[in-house]
Design a protein. Structure first.
Length: 482
């Protein structure tokens, strides 16, 4: 049996600039398949890293002659590239079994399968255990859908119509602990980079999964069903040490939705273990994202985090207004964001603040007040503003869809920089203009430019020089309807 796991050709988010992330989810599935089925012939094709366009990808599939092609997408904006990949495979050989998964396909499994028959099977929620059962079935019975209803955690179209089997529970700590290291040997590791952040080799690391909070716009908390599971400190550092020694990695991006679940004890143990093994800010850099209230809980160990290599934190402050934060079900206050950012900067950790604009009651005045708060009160190192995007599977999507607010269901535009909703006071074109003006407010200010490019924090200096060269504001202006 021959399997191809494909990261398809796609355009990357210009707000992030020149970056190429490794296809972590596919590489983890590849490692699981290697471990459980050593006789299976397996390929991982990352079209970005290998400079493959659609024509070259088609040639590659014809050359490899796979029996199974898998391609998935957590990001809604990339689902059509996944579908196109599977359509390409079916066009070459209709007998190829096509698999996909991720948060979007989990939320809209029935509608997706009805609209796109090129998809044979959708793995719902986490696929780590489901892929093993699927491949066991195909090994025993051939590439057939008969009997698939006995496998938990999937959806497919059978002779009797749409079938969704019982969901699997989220992975536990113990199950996460025993997952193999991602199969980075399948891809050209030297190609992965994140120019905005670092010149060092770039790699993705999963310390934990899920989040117990209930932010109404977040697709990930729903995908992991508001459960949280973590690897042990030893396992996390073992993986980092392996990546450092065997893969030459020096820049680690933690995928955790809330780093270490916001546990000060776990963060402290992790940092102390890194230092004990000689991994620290002198030889590694790592990026993480934490909730505002989690940063405040960790305020006494932020210096330790920086010494252990944490140089950049992404912080979701979203809004200064209590009523908006309540609408988002964030469970934080604006003054907590101010304090958290101040603490990060005090300990030389670059503080990147995320702002969400375009809620249902948003006005021109409220956006102006939000941006003034962000630049003059919070004063983070970097501000990234996004438009509220109602992802399928979230409470926000359900609410706005029922109200008829969503005017655009071209999933390609669900990238947080395209306006897809008409809200009560601002239309989608008006919100698009407001996003452009929000970036001008931050990055067209000569005072902020000067303070950025001559900042004491070297990462802030790097970011401001990078954004000036990148021309993000010009690209955002092109999205404003004329």
């Amino acid at each position: 049996m021959k399997i191809m796991l494909i990261e398809p050709p796609k355009k990357f988010w210009f707000v992030m600039g020149n970056y190429l992330p490794p296809p972590y989810n596919l590489l983890l599935l590849a490692a699981i398949i290697e471990k459980e089925f050593p006789s299976i012939e397996l390929k991982v094709i990352d079209c970005q890293a290998e400079d493959l366009d659609w024509i070259k990808l088609e040639e590659r599939i014809k050359q490899e002659k796979p029996d199974i092609v898998g391609s998935g997408s957590h990001a809604t904006c990339n689902v059509f590239t996944t579908i196109r990949t599977l359509d390409l495979a079916k066009g070459i050989n209709p007998n190829i079994m096509t698999l996909t998964g991720g948060s979007h396909f989990t939320a809209l499994d029935d509608a997706t399968l009805a609209e796109f028959p090129v998809i044979d099977v959708i793995t719902r929620y986490e696929a780590d255990k489901t892929i093993v059962d699927l491949l066991k079935h195909f090994s025993r019975h051939g590439l057939t859908k008969r009997g698939l209803e006995q496998i938990s955690g999937i959806a497919f179209i059978s002779e009797n119509g749409f079938i969704r089997t019982p969901d699997r529970p989220p992975l536990t700590n113990a199950e996460l602990e025993t997952l193999p290291f991602p199969a980075y040997h399948f891809v050209p590791l030297e190609r992965y980079h994140f120019a905005l952040m670092s010149d060092n080799p770039y790699i993705i690391l999963e310390g934990s999964r899920g989040c117990t909070h209930q932010c109404s716009f977040c697709s990930q908390s729903g995908f992991y069903r508001r459960q949280w599971a973590t690897k042990s400190v030893k396992r996390i550092v073992d993986e980092m040490e392996w990546m450092y020694n065997e893969l030459g990695s020096r820049f680690f991006w933690f995928t955790d939705d809330n780093f270490c679940g916001g546990s000060p004890q776990l963060v402290e143990e992790l940092c102390n273990e890194l230092l004990r093994r000689g991994l620290n800010g002198d030889n590694i850099e790592w990026f993480a994202q934490m909730r505002v209230d989690s940063i405040l809980k960790c305020k006494n160990i932020l210096g330790l985090m920086n010494r252990a290599g944490n140089y950049w934190q992404l912080v979701g402050g979203e809004s200064p207004f209590a009523e908006v934060l309540d609408m988002y079900q964030k469970g934080i206050r604006g003054d907590q964001t101010v304090e958290a950012i101040k603490l990060l900067r005090k300990h030389n950790i670059l503080a990147q603040l995320m702002i969400v604009l375009g809620h249902e009651k948003e006005t021109h005045t409220s956006i102006q007040k939000t941006m003034h708060w962000a630049t003059e009160v919070v004063k983070p190192d970097i501000i990234i503003s996004m438009l509220l995007t109602p992802y399928p599977g979230t409470p926000m999507f359900t609410e706005l869809d029922q109200k008829g607010r969503i005017i655009d269901k071209n999933w390609t535009n669900y990238d947080m920089i395209h306006a897809v909703c008409d809200m009560e006071h601002l239309t989608a074109p008006e919100l698009q203009y407001e996003l452009y003006m929000a970036y001008r407010h931050v990055y067209d200010s000569w005072i902020r430019r000067f303070s950025g490019i001559f900042a004491r924090n070297k990462y802030k200096r790097r970011a401001y020089w990078y954004y000036l060269r990148l021309g993000v504001i010009r690209q955002l202006k092109r999205l404003v309807p004329t």
